[in-house]
Design a protein around this ligand. Structure first.
Ligand code: PLP
Length: 377
């Protein structure tokens, strides 16, 4: 079997260089990330005795992300993605809570990784409705606090619409009742710190105990790269497992995985140090400029609208009047576009690989489809 045959076999898949992917929260990694990842491909920080320098680099990276999120001496790890990070946060909160406390207060629009965490850890998610802004209703969250509450979760950049829950209010509730507050900023963690005036969601809020941030989304790193950051190193101690047969009995494991990619750490660290905060800010400014332009274009098309004014580079495109969303999505897909389908809107993620040219073409295709619908109805 030759590589060319494999390429041929997989050639029907979308790819980020092909300009057809409009619904993904991942993107083409930065060139420097790809180069670094390849160089450290065979490293495994699950065996720390072999790669002590990479372990140091991981601490360095977590410290830098902590500082970005207003924490001077954080704990945490580079993990496989947002799902693993969220599960680790819930695992930590459970280990720290009294045995009868097993309820988690969370938005009805939380990522499905929390359903997995609940199933794995024997937790109950108390899903709180959102308001007209698609953010968790903090009045209802407050009412839901009870004797069995183990944790509260806020989302900074929801999976569907990219909005930020009122984390400062959740922090107040958490502090008042001494409850663990986790923030899922898998998407927003590399976006909101670079948008002036965006909602606070980080460790500057006293209730926040841990934050999920994904380098493999807006961090421009390589899949699989996620991060769990803890306010203090002590918090993650409850995850600690001693591995006696590695590193002369000195190995400690605090993740779900055993074997763990050192290449993800090296590549994530490299992008951060190559781009710096200024590079990320520029990156976010570019996607936000394109997002604003796209939203205006969508609003100018009869039969289309946006679900909510975007707070970041995620846009929920909905239909108005008698346009059937499912019919529209079917026709969009026939044109070759890969969009993310939600019950009452299409999610467009204006990621760094998405160009204005492809959005112009996408909108032209939509206009043509809508004209066809109006002639044939
Ligand atoms: N949290 C949020 C808000 C997400 O949007 C996602 C993924 O889209 C995740 C967590 C899970 O991340 P991953 O797919 O890297 O496991």
């Amino acid at each position: 079997m030759k590589l060319s045959q494999l390429r041929k076999r997989l050639s029907g898949d979308h790819n980020f260089k092909g300009h057809t992917i409009l619904g993904s929260m991942c993107t083409e990694p930065h060139k420097i990330a790809v180069k670094t990842f390849k160089r450290f491909l065979s490293t495994n920080v699950g065996d720390p005795g072999l790669f002590p320098k990479l372990i140091e680099l991981e601490k360095d990276y977590i410290k830098s992300l902590g500082q970005l999120l207003s924490c001077e001496a954080p704990g945490g790890s580079v993990v496989s993605g947002g799902s693993e990070a969220n599960i680790l946060a819930m695992w930590t909160a459970r280990n720290r809570a009294q045995k009868h406390k097993r309820e988690v207060i969370i938005s009805e629009f939380c990522h499905f990784s929390f359903d997995k965490a609940a199933d794995l850890l024997g937790l109950t998610l108390v899903k709180i409705p959102v308001g007209s802004d698609y953010k968790i209703r903090t009045d209802l969250a407050r009412k839901a606090v009870g004797e069995n509450t183990m944790a509260i979760v806020g989302i900074a950049g929801t999976t569907g619409l990219g909005v930020c829950d009122p984390i400062s209010e959740l922090s107040e509730i958490a502090v008042e009742h001494n409850i663990y507050l986790h923030v899922d900023a898998a998407f927003g963690g590399f976006v909101f710190p670079f948008i002036n005036g965006s909602s606070k969601f980080d460790f500057s809020l006293p209730g926040v105990m841990s934050i999920t941030v994904d380098p493999h989304k807006m961090g421009r790193a390589v899949i699989q790269s996620g991060c769990i950051i803890f306010r203090e190193k002590e918090i993650e101690e409850s995850l600690k497992i001693d591995v006696s047969y590695l590193s002369g009995g000195r190995a400690i494991n605090r993740s779900i995985l055993g074997t763990r990619s050192g290449a993800s750490i090296a590549a994530s660290w490299m992008v951060l140090n190559y781009l710096g905060y200024d590079g990320y800010r520029k990156n976010v400014q570019n996607v936000m400029k394109l997002t604003d332009w796209f939203v205006n274009e969508v609003r100018s098309i009869k039969g289309l609208g946006v679900k909510v004014q975007p707070e970041c580079n995620i846009v929920g495109v909905c239909t108005t009047g008698d346009i059937n969303l499912k019919d529209l999505i079917r026709e969009i897909r026939k044109c070759g576009w890969a969009v993310s389908e939600w019950p009452d809107y299409i999610r467009i993620a204006v990621m760094p690989h998405v160009s204005k040219r492809s959005l112009v073409k996408f909108l032209a295709d939509i206009k043509r489809i809508l004209e066809f619908f109006s002639v044939n109805n």
